[in-house]
Design a protein around this ligand. Structure first.
Ligand SMILES: *Cc1c(COP(=O)(O)O)cnc(C)c1O
Length: 376
């Protein structure tokens, strides 16, 4: 079929203002550590409703710096979830800490706070929870159990820029969190991230750590600690500053696409659409449905691909990744909700640049594919 269109998973939403912002940097000649980084940080702190924002080179880099700030060291255990993108576990494995996976809430896919207590050992140092697909974790319950046991909380809001939990914007829960700006996220800088925190000492440490461990005085060849080159360049920061000014509009467009999917898929018992708790507002990162286990989710993906529609198995659980099994053993069977979600979740094409009509077309195609596939 020559005229068949392809509907991609996601596409960056760039406009002329974004392009002009980047060109302005190129016309200046100050390409790193300049005013755009500061401006982007100011705007990001506003969005996250927190005191400090520190721009970094990726979401993963930001999470890694928070693991360093938490003082995690070899032998420490971190309670976290496996239904996530690998970076939320890698960020503390870099420091030699071990993941202790707990299962997730059936409706949100986020860490289930009721399971934390049973996972605590004398080596437990921290809890790292993820706002999955933009839906905030149950932060008050997580903070309460962490406070009872003297544990540090780290948040991963890489997917939840613009979401709120009980009226609080996501970003700086716990000692802090990091946004991510890869092109599939709500806003993009190409590659980039942003640490958000209300703690001065965390912000200062992150500013030093991202800049090769240099001190506050900025002396170029004085290094106070083992640091990294996790800086964000000015072209990326200018793009981020331009994009974040349009965040509210882009979130609204994503919500429109999510509504189009929700309406087109409503009432089909083979497809469970995302659930949103009443005390949160979700900034949609992806649109993930769950396919009735009577159907082979991977066969659904293949059939969609034949119709030119991309889709993804979001997430393949972290504990099923080969290197995690090699290092930390086989967690198979111990995380039943995570494994069920991992086997049935299907992310559909999504984004603020996607016309709602494309969502209706994808939804209709998904229903046709299920009509044609045999139940197992
Ligand atoms: C995207 C993402 C990250 C990592 O962000 P990068 O900028 O790609 O390094 C971390 N955690 C979660 C949950 C993510 O979705």
């Amino acid at each position: 079929m020559l005229d068949q269109r392809t509907i991609p998973m996601a596409g960056a939403d760039l406009d002329e203002t974004d392009r002009q912002a980047v060109l302005q940097v190129l016309a200046s000649s100050r390409l790193a550590m300049g005013p755009w980084t500061e401006e982007f940080e100011r705007l990001a702190a506003e969005v996250a409703g927190c005191r400090h924002a520190v721009a970094v080179s990726s979401g993963t880099a930001g999470l890694h710096l928070l693991a360093v700030c938490a003082g995690l060291a070899p032998g420490d255990e971190v309670i976290t979830t496996s239904f996530s993108f690998v970076a939320s576990t890698n960020c503390f494995v870099y420091e030699g800490a071990r993941p202790v996976f707990v299962d997730v809430e059936e409706d949100t896919g986020c860490l289930d706070p009721r399971l934390v207590e049973a996972a605590i050992t004398p080596r437990t140092k921290a809890i790292l929870a993820v706002d999955v697909f933009g839906h905030p974790a149950d932060w008050d319950a997580i903070d309460a159990v962490a406070a009872r046991h003297g544990l540090t909380v780290i948040s991963d809001p890489c997917e939840s820029i613009g979401s709120t939990y009980r009226g609080r914007p996501m970003g700086a829960e716990g000692i802090g969190g990091s946004f991510a700006f890869f092109p599939n996220k709500q806003i993009t800088t190409g590659e980039g991230g942003m640490v958000l925190t209300n703690r001065q000492e965390v912000a200062e440490a992150c500013r030093s750590l991202r800049n090769q461990g240099r001190g506050q005085t900025g002396a170029w060849l004085q290094h106070e600690r083992l640091g990294y080159n996790y800086r964000l360049d000015e072209m990326s920061a200018a793009l981020g500053a331009s994009q974040i000014k349009r965040l509210a509009a882009m979130i609204e467009r994503r919500a429109e696409v999510a509504r189009a999917y929700g309406e087109a898929l409503a009432g089909d018992e083979r497809i469970q659409t995302p659930r949103v708790r009443p005390d949160v507002e979700v900034s949609w990162f992806v649109y993930v449905v769950r396919i009735d286990p009577a159907y082979d989710r991977n066969a659904v993906m293949r059939a969609l691909a034949e119709r030119g529609i991309e889709s993804r198995a979001y997430f393949t659980p972290i504990h099923e990744q080969p290197y995690i099994v090699d290092r930390f053993g086989d967690w198979g069977g111990r995380l039943p909700v995570t494994e069920r979600l991992g086997a049935s979740s299907l992310a559909l094409p999504f984004g603020s640049a996607m016309p709602p009509d494309d969502a209706r077309f994808v939804a209709a195609s998904l229903r046709q594919v299920l009509d044609q596939l045999a139940r197992r």
